[in-house]
Write a protein that binds this ligand. Structure first.
Ligand code: HEM
Length: 514
């Protein structure tokens, strides 16, 4: 989101706030309609409700509000009731005890336009279609077996990143780690999904690369569309340009996907025929085969195929590389942790040239570093929004059907009831409590969500992150550029659905020889 767009969004919210203040005077502050047995709510304004309290970094604003109103809060975004969960206990009530009642996703103009009427997995309403497409993705890309089968491909891409770093290092150039991580993740997902890389050299018609298009897409996903919450103000999205921008980016990506699918169809037997073994077939091949086989309860149309391909990139790329970005940021800020990690990895790998998956299993400190990064910097701090499908009671409070639900994983990870000195980056805590994991059973650490809607890409993402981070700290010693000290490292977060660093992470690498 650029400055102009942020200003527009702020203007939009600000004008709405002014209108609302006027109405408050008109109604002589007589606007109180919250039901008796609802969870605690901060006071709301007419029309906009609590929209003005979302802030640009919504996880932080909601976190601060929850400190005042408690871990189960009911807000109103316009006319939409929004339940906010900010403790492990409440998250468990929502995503385990009442999981089925909270497994739906809300509708939104943004998701509709970007994901072919929410035909992807992530934004699809709960139901048979969602079950079918989720299991297609798990079976063909995301299962443990599939993730293991991509091991060689992952290693090749990590090697290619290490070579790039070695080149920078030999010419004393600063390494733009953020860019390297984005390319690595994009290349792995491209090869698995589309069969080849579409990175910095492949330009769409207007000169944008595929990763650039994805970045714009991701930024749009994090935008606020007032019309989703105040339906009679839906026209505002046309005035602010949001509608036009959504159409433009959706069209650009649609053209790109058409091109890729057509290439697969044109290659005919080469791409989809039996002469290619299971390992050689990419996700597009598999989806086209499924479509041709026509054996599904709900047939896959071409829009579903495009939505599923897009999901793998949008749900998988930014989320995965942001973990590497924040992990390297934190260990550059904490030299003691960096050297402890290097000692572990160098001790296990010894004089071998390459790190194997078997080696990774022994790297407990590496895993603790990744867990601690996910705790303090969950890539999707508010997970993805959910919606209740029936009336439910939580902690004695009545929650009505059609209430939107936000689980603040960012705030939950910083709860002093669960973690000692929660603001400190301290991977050791996960050596002591090594049983705490992020797979949806320990509600104090839920960067991937939990329950039926849990992220199916955990293994896929962690396989990339572990091998990449292990190689980075094994093969190089790292320092900040110039005279910068670890305390100087900028920690500003971006404003998007996935929280990256606002400014790229840059560092200087010097080769390590054992
Ligand atoms: C560190 C990396 C990742 C993080 C932190 C992450 C996080 C999340 C979160 C928070 C959700 C929503 C869960 C909920 O509603 O409870 C989600 C859903 C999803 N993720 Fe991930 N994700 C990551 C990587 C991936 C990867 C690599 C893929 C695929 C290549 C992927 C595919 C999906 C899909 C398809 C969904 C939708 C699931 C559903 O609605 O049923 N994710 N992810």
């Amino acid at each position: 989101m650029n400055l102009l767009e942020i200003t527009l969004e702020l203007n939009e919210i600000f004008s709405l706030a002014l209108v609302a203040i006027f109405l408050i005077l008109v109604y002589r502050w007589s606007f109180t309609t919250t039901a008796k047995n609802s969870p605690p709510s901060p006071p709301k304004l007419p029309i906009i409700g609590n929209l003005h309290q979302r802030g640009l970094q919504t996880h932080r604003s909601l976190g601060a509000l929850s400190q005042r109103h408690g871990p189960l809060m009911l807000l109103h975004f316009g006319s939409v009731p929004v339940l906010v969960a900010s403790s492990a206990e409440v998250a468990q009530e929502i995503m385990r005890t009442h999981d089925l009642s909270f497994s739906d996703r809300p509708k939104s103009l943004i998701y509709d336009k970007l994901f072919y009427n929410q035909k992807d997995v992530a934004f699809s309403p709960y139901g048979e279609y969602w079950k079918q497409v989720k299991s297609i993705c798990v079976l063909n890309i995301l299962s443990n077996k599939k993730v293991r089968s991509f091991g060689a491909l992952r290693e090749e891409e990590v090697k290619s990143m290490m070579n790039e770093i070695a080149i920078c290092s030999s010419s004393s150039r600063v390494v733009n780690l953020s860019k390297m991580f984005a390319t690595l993740t994009n290349d792995v997902i491209c090869r698995v999904t589309l069969g080849s890389k579409y990175s910095s050299n492949d330009h769409a018609e207007d000169g944008k690369t595929f990763p650039e298009l994805l970045l714009e897409f991701e930024e749009l996903l994090g935008r606020l569309n007032i019309g989703d919450f105040i339906p009679w103000l839906a026209w505002l999205s046309r005035v602010t340009g949001l509608n036009a921008k959504l159409d433009k980016v959706a069209k650009e990506l649609d053209d790109f996907l058409d091109k890729v699918i057509q290439e697969h169809i044109d290659h005919g037997s080469k791409s989809t025929g039996e002469d290619r073994n299971e390992e050689q077939r990419d996700f597009v091949d598999v989806l086209l085969e499924i479509q041709k086989g026509n054996s599904l309860a709900l047939p896959l149309d071409i829009l579903s195929i495009k939505a599923l391909i897009l999901d793998m990139f949008v749900a998988g790329t930014g989320t995965t590389y942001t973990v590497l970005e924040w992990a390297m940021t934190e260990i550059l800020r904490h030299p003691r942790i960096m050297s402890k990690l290097q000692n572990e990895i160098r001790g296990i790998v010894g004089k071998k040239a390459d790190i194997t998956e078997q080696d990774l299993n022994e790297m407990h400190y590496l895993k603790a570093v990744i867990k601690e990064t996910l705790r303090l910097h969950p890539p999707a701090p508010l997970l993805l929004p959910r919606k209740s499908t029936q009336d439910v009671k939580i902690n004695g409070y009545d929650i009505k059907a059609n209430t939107q639900v936000i689980v603040n994983a960012w705030q939950i990870g910083r709860d002093s009831k669960s973690f000692n000195k929660p603001e400190e980056y301290d991977p050791e805590r996960f050596l002591i409590h090594s049983g705490i994991d992020y797979k949806g059973n320990d509600f104090q650490l839920i960067p991937f969500g939990a329950g039926k809607r849990i992220c199916p890409g955990i293994q896929f993402a962690m396989a990339i992150n572990e091998i990449a981070l292990a190689n980075l700290v094994h093969k190089f010693n790292w320092a900040l550029p110039g005279e910068a000290r670890s305390d100087d490292l900028d920690m500003t977060e971006s404003i998007a659905i996935t929280i990256h660093r606002e400014y790229p992470l840059e560092a200087v690498a010097s080769p390590y020889s054992c």
